[in-house]
Write a protein that binds this ligand. Structure first.
Ligand SMILES: Cc1cc2nc3c(=O)[nH]c(=O)nc-3n(C[C@H](O)[C@H](O)[C@H](O)COP(=O)(O)OP(=O)(O)OC[C@H]3O[C@@H](n4cnc5c(N)ncnc54)[C@H](O)[C@@H]3O)c2cc1C
Ligand code: FES
Length: 264
């Protein structure tokens, strides 16, 4: 798998909500190789603080030139990222990890919660670009309507005909958890293949529903990452049967078959 380090020029920085930003970077080597579900390690500061790069999913590529990232400001690194402006450059390593496998599927359902929506947009775009696109249903969850920003509309704009929403407070769509939408909107007889990314409890609920219906399920996991390239062993997670050796999210994932990993 090809990986590159690029000095990427910022082309656009958009603020979508008070906390969520979308960054477009000129990174042709990464853009031309990236697959949905892969991520980049981003140097957020030109100084040594923070020292470690931050992992961010690839939200989409545009042509063979641009890599777009969707990120939420949660701490020092992402705050520094949000302060950058067009014309500035930052180092990116990628594309990293294994992405989603969406080949040979009849019906796909993408389930995203919070910032887990970021890689699913790239996945939906690539699914719809295939010669005979499979049925594609998108289920998105957030705490409130405002947290979605323009994302539900973005999915519709690329041709996703079925996008269903859930919010914790009921301000948009179904009031409750996004996992509850699976059984509301997916015909039980169909052989669905579900791809999910989001908070751990949400994905655990999605995996449970898929097991009950005997649907395939791929999960994109997030752990803290120091290196992103399988050198520090900091992103270890247990296998489903708790046998060794541990899996590493940066190298073996971030996308796994849900049955490969332990749901503790
Ligand atoms: C493979 C992968 C893909 C990711 N993709 C995205 C994405 O597309 N968009 C996005 O907004 N975020 C994504 N994340 C999470 C993102 O890496 C963290 O939010 C970021 O590193 C925080 O950096 P910071 O310096 O701002 O915060 P820090 O100061 O390092 O931490 C601030 C707070 O965020 C929490 N935090 C830090 N790292 C993570 C993490 N990896 N997972 C969960 N909580 C964390 C900390 O526990 C702390 O509470 C991804 C993480 C991984 C592992
Ligand atoms: S982040 Fe270092 S080994 Fe995975």
């Amino acid at each position: 798998m090809n990986q590159f380090e690029e000095q990427a020029e910022i082309v656009r920085q958009e603020q979508l909500t008070p906390e969520i930003f979308r960054l477009s970077l000129k990174a042709p080597e990464i853009a031309s190789q990236a697959r949905p579900g892969q991520f980049v390690m981003v140097q957020t500061a030109s100084c040594y603080d923070p020292l470690l790069r931050r992992p961010l999913s690839i939200h989409q590529t545009i042509g063979n030139e641009l890599v777009q990232l969707l990120y939420k400001v949660v701490g020092k690194g992402t705050r520094m990222l949000a302060a950058l402006t067009p014309g500035q450059r930052l180092k990116l390593t990628g594309p990293l990890g294994h992405g989603f496998d969406f080949s040979d599927q009849q019906a796909l359902c993408l389930v995203g919660g919070g910032m887990g929506i970021a890689p699913l947009y790239f996945l939906a775009k690539e699914i719809l670009r295939t010669a005979n696109p499979p049925k594609c249903v998108v289920l998105l969850g957030a705490r409130t309507a405002a947290e979605f920003g323009p994302l539900p509309r973005d999915f519709m704009d690329i041709g996703v005909t079925q996008t269903h929403l859930a919010t914790d407070d009921g301000s948009l769509g179904h009031q409750g958890f996004v996992a509850e939408l699976l059984l509301q909107h997916l015909a039980p007889g169909n052989q669905w293949s579900v791809c999910t990314c989001g908070p751990h409890p949400m994905m655990k609920a999605v995996v449970k529903a898929c097991r009950q219906q005997e649907w395939q399920c791929q999960v994109s996991l997030e752990t803290m990452m120091a290196c992103g390239i399988s050198a520090c062993l900091g992103c270890a997670i247990p296998r489903a049967d708790l046998s060794g050796p541990y899996l590493h999210v940066c190298k073996d994932g971030p996308v796994f078959n849900a049955n490969e990993v332990a749901w503790l």
